[in-house]
Design a protein around this ligand. Structure first.
Ligand SMILES: Cc1ncc(COP(=O)(O)O)c(C=O)c1O
Length: 398
């Protein structure tokens, strides 16, 4: 099928939701994607921070193929070995319980329901969840309401009650908002969608300490920052804190849809049978894929490599781009970086130009270019990408 034909079908028959780039990818190898015409592209976006091991990774392909030949789905009415192996690793020494689902939004729904269930159980009215302005937590009605950006939720009112929003990285505002009805604080370690905005050390550590002092839960949404993205398995490890609930998705399955909500203490035991559930969540196929990703992260030097590659990416971006006065900021950690540009330069046009030069990059809030490559990206590929970006930015006169 020709690309034009594919585009036509999508335009006419897919709900009007996505502004797609004019390319149809067919296969990939390592960090390289190939379109239907055979053109190669180096991928610095990884399917929105998902394809952690890159494309056609032999271990991932082997595990998925073998599992597909045995059992793809069986439901949660029965045990399955890949699920047990996965939750054993994810719960580890840090958490007590896990719930497996299919996406980040679902993982966050689970976290939200835990807070509500505890409040109902105790009859203490602590049903409210504080989230940060500019956060992003998903597209279901509850998670889009948790998301501190009206543009995502306003068209879908009436919205669920019980969320309030505070400015990010402002501990005093968070403390003032923590009234008696609050049961949890929900934050991202780095706000990915709104511009790769890292939580400051003092903010996150302060939020953790204050939540503890007030007896409210700290939920960290690590859908984007978890599964090794920042150079530690969880981004919260950089802060030396231990949240009550953590959510994962995106990179966890290396491209196979999977989400996870991990909880400690009373948060882990809030549910009773029938309170929550999922048909597909924790299926053996997705768990077999996630087991490969988690094993690579925990049992090889992959996390160190992500850290080193991240430093290399940061330095390469800084050396080549920061001389331009319209480059306002370069920020991030590990293999999640954002380059914020002056509002007069539409980032979408830079993405288009990069694509035509064979590089896939993304965007996010605050006119920011976003880089979230597979963990197998090489230094040479980083050099190639930053050279091309520098070339494009050098042609801009404002
Ligand atoms: C921090 C964060 N939470 C939740 C989500 C929602 O994840 P999903 O699209 O898998 O539902 C995203 C997606 O971008 C995210 O970045």
């Amino acid at each position: 099928m020709e690309v034009e034909h594919i585009r036509e079908i999508e335009k006419n028959k897919y709900m009007n939701l996505f502004r797609r780039q004019n390319v149809c990818f067919e296969r990939g190898q390592g960090s390289t994607l190939y379109d239907t015409a055979g053109h190669a592209y180096t991928d610095f976006f990884g399917g929105i921070a998902v394809n952690s091991l890159g494309y056609n990774h032999p271990d991932l392909v082997k595990a998925i193929s073998e599992q597909a030949g045995k059992l793809i789905h069986i439901s949660n009415l029965y045990y399955n070995r890949p699920q047990a192996e996965l939750i054993d690793k994810l719960v580890g020494d840090t958490f007590d319980k896990a719930f497996l689902c299919n996406s980040g939004a679902e993982a966050n729904e689970c976290a939200i329901k835990i807070v509500r269930k505890l409040a109902h159980e105790k009859g203490n009215g602590k049903t409210t969840i504080i989230t940060a302005k500019e956060s992003f937590h998903g597209r279901t009605l509850a998670t889009v309401t948790a998301t501190g950006q009206e543009k995502y939720s306003a068209p879908f009112s009436p919205l669920p009650d019980g969320f309030k929003y505070v400015p990010f990285n402002n501990l005093d505002a968070l403390k003032s908002a923590l009234t008696d009805d609050v049961g949890a604080i929900m934050l991202e370690c780095i706000q990915g969608e709104s511009g790769v905005m890292p939580a400051t050390y003092d903010y996150l550590v302060g939020a953790y300490a204050y939540a503890k002092q007030k007896g409210v839960l700290l939920i960290l949404d690590e859908v984007q920052t978890g599964s090794g993205r920042t150079g530690s398995f969880y981004a919260f490890e950089h802060y030396g804190i231990k949240p009550d609930i953590v959510t994962l998705a995106k990179g966890l399955g290396g491209g196979v849809p999977i989400g996870c909500c991990l909880a400690r203490g009373e948060a882990g035991t809030a549910f009773a049978p029938g309170d929550h559930g999922t048909t597909f969540g924790g299926n053996p196929l997705a768990c077999a894929a996630a087991n490969v990703v988690v094993d690579k992260l925990l049992n090889t030097n992959m996390l160190d490599e992500i850290t080193e590659l991240g430093e290399y990416l940061k330095n390469s971006l800084s050396e080549k781009l920061s001389r331009h006065k319209f480059v306002l900021d370069i920020r991030g950690k590990g293999l999640l970086y954002g380059v914020q540009l002056d509002e007069r330069i539409p980032v979408a046009s830079i993405v288009g130009k990069m694509l035509s030069l064979g590089y896939v990059i993304g965007t996010c809030g605050h006119n920011t270019l976003r880089f979230a490559p597979p963990y197998v990206i090489t230094r040479a590929e980083i050099d190639g990408m930053t050279d091309k970006l520098e070339m494009i930015l050098s042609g801009i006169n404002i």
